[in-house]
Design a binder for this molecule. Structure first.
Ligand code: LLP
Length: 463
């Protein structure tokens, strides 16, 4: 049942079959390490800490709601991806998941590259010293100004997304006397999400150029003819929050098939393929993501096998994980404001944030977990829906979860795995102020994106 068609009734936005949630964990005080950043612990007094700092202290110093990001976990995940793929591949962190200047510095120091998809992301990257040649520029409708700047600063690659863009980028590069390295983004007819993938002849979506009907082959033909372009490879991104490698397998096979066609037609072996991002993370204990080395092994094997059977040298592979790097490294800390038990239904727990700091639940029916973090409790579990403070009944942060029945206003609760697509998709709805991102590392906490203020709001409102 789709969200737009959910039936009217008392259980607003209850789009899941009744009772879909699993039973409460045996001990609500235990933190499942799968969903929490690596340095998160519950100390002897029962308070949860990250990087050695108690959330009670963090809340006092930085306020709530706030995102707390475990820097050493972020760096470790970068290294895990880089090590897993090795020196003959490139890992591009997808900045759309969450980008700030501190993040760019960490990426730079850990040897990762960066995928940007807007002028704003490019500015952030360059400002924080990411070398332009380590940047890939994406987007289905890059403006002429964006392309000009990308070419001028010398980004390592522009990923071409349409026939118009092939000509546009070629023209701009040529007029600057440059030859821009580019990839062509193809749609392979596979769309993968979470546990399943769907294959269709033509993907009905806005990105890329279809492999079907020889369109991608035609795009290659045109790109190879243009002096302003150096075509280095083919790009494919098949979806997000994917756990099943089968979608990547189909995608890699089809991309390699195109490389073989290009070799046969033009006598050129394109040296690179990019398989995009989309690797899933654990939002709840039920999710089982793979480790980077398993993913790297699987992708390398698929590509080598396909290339071998097509008689091609194995191209250099790149991947673009966003969520899988930053997602698990952060949690959102909220203070409980009001608690409303609805007899026979559930208890609504209102926090001081909501859909403005996490739109994913409302937008994608995303599932999250939640824990009481300012103390332990031996009270019985109660079924809750964690909601925000916005003027909208779909303002849900965690649809169904269990918290201790003695939960009280003033308690701190935290939602793990909010590092990706939460702050980056945050809004000012109801003129709320977007929360800060605080990086925590080894006993130190540092604001990397400050909390918005009412002055920030008024600054944009010119009266
Ligand atoms: N590369 C390309 C070309 C992409 O379009 C994306 C994500 C990524 C890499 C990174 O994907 P990741 O590894 O983070 O899944 N707002 C949605 C996700 C949108 C993803 C868009 N593209 C969400 O919150 O789930």
């Amino acid at each position: 049942m789709s969200r737009s068609a959910h039936p009217a009734g008392p259980r607003h936005a209850d789009v899941y079959p009744e009772g879909h949630y699993t039973a409460p964990a045996a001990d609500l005080n235990l933190l499942d390490e799968k969903v929490w950043a690596r340095s998160v612990r519950r100390d002897d007094e029962g308070v949860v800490s990250v990087g050695g700092l108690a959330v009670t202290r963090l809340a006092e110093e930085f306020g709530t709601p706030a995102y707390f990001l475990d820097e050493s976990d972020f760096r470790a995940r970068c290294r895990a991806w880089a090590d897993a793929f090795g020196p003959d591949a490139d890992v591009f962190y997808a900045g759309k998941a969450f980008l700030s200047r501190a993040v760019v510095r960490w990426l730079r120091e850990e040897g990762l590259n960066l995928d940007v998809c807007s002028g704003g992301e490019l500015t952030t990257a360059l400002d924080a010293g990411m070398p332009a040649e380590r940047i890939a520029y994406h987007g289905n409708n890059k403006s002429v100004e964006e392309i000009e700047r990308a070419v001028r600063v010398g980004v390592g690659r522009i990923v071409l997304d349409s026939f118009q863009e092939i000509v546009r980028v070629a023209h701009i590069a040529q007029s600057m006397g440059k030859r821009q390295r580019v990839q062509i983004r193809v749609t392979v007819g596979v769309e993968a999400h979470t546990h399943e993938f769907i294959a269709t002849a033509h993907e009905d979506q806005k990105f890329g150029i279809a492999l079907a009907d020889g369109q991608a082959a035609e795009a290659v033909r045109r790109a190879l003819r243009l002096d302003g372009l150096e075509l280095i490879g083919i790009h494919s991104h098949i979806g997000s929050q994917i756990f099943d490698m089968a979608g990547f397998e189909v995608s890699a096979r089809r991309v390699v098939q195109l490389l073989a066609e290009v070799r046969d037609e033009h006598g050129v072996e394109l040296p690179e393929i990019d398989l995009g991002g989309g690797l899933g993370i654990a939002y709840t204990s039920e999710d089982d993501p793979s480790e980077p080395h398993h993913i790297a092994k699987a992708l390398n094997e698929i590509v080598s096998r396909e290339c071998e059977s097509a008689g091609l040298a194995t191209p250099r592979i790149s991947v673009e994980p966003g969520r899988a790097i930053v997602g698990p490294t952060a949690f959102t800390l909220y203070e409980v404001g009001t608690i409303k038990p609805l007899e026979g239904l559930r208890t609504y727990v209102s926090v001081d944030g909501g859909m403005s700091d996490n739109i994913r639940t409302a937008l994608y029916d995303a599932e999250y977990s939640v824990a009481l973090v300012s103390r332990t409790s031996d009270a019985a579990p109660m079924l809750v829906r964690v909601v925000g403070k916005h003027c909208e009944s779909g303002d849900i942060v965690v649809r169904d979860a269990f918290l201790p029945a003695d939960l009280a206003p003033g308690d701190l609760i935290a939602v793990p795995a909010t590092g990706a697509y939460c702050r980056s998709m945050a809004s000012n709805y109801n003129h709320s102020l977007r929360p800060p991102v605080v990086a925590v590392n080894d006993g130190e906490a540092r604001v990397i994106v400050r909390r918005e203020t009412e002055e920030d709001l008024l600054r944009l409102d010119v009266g």
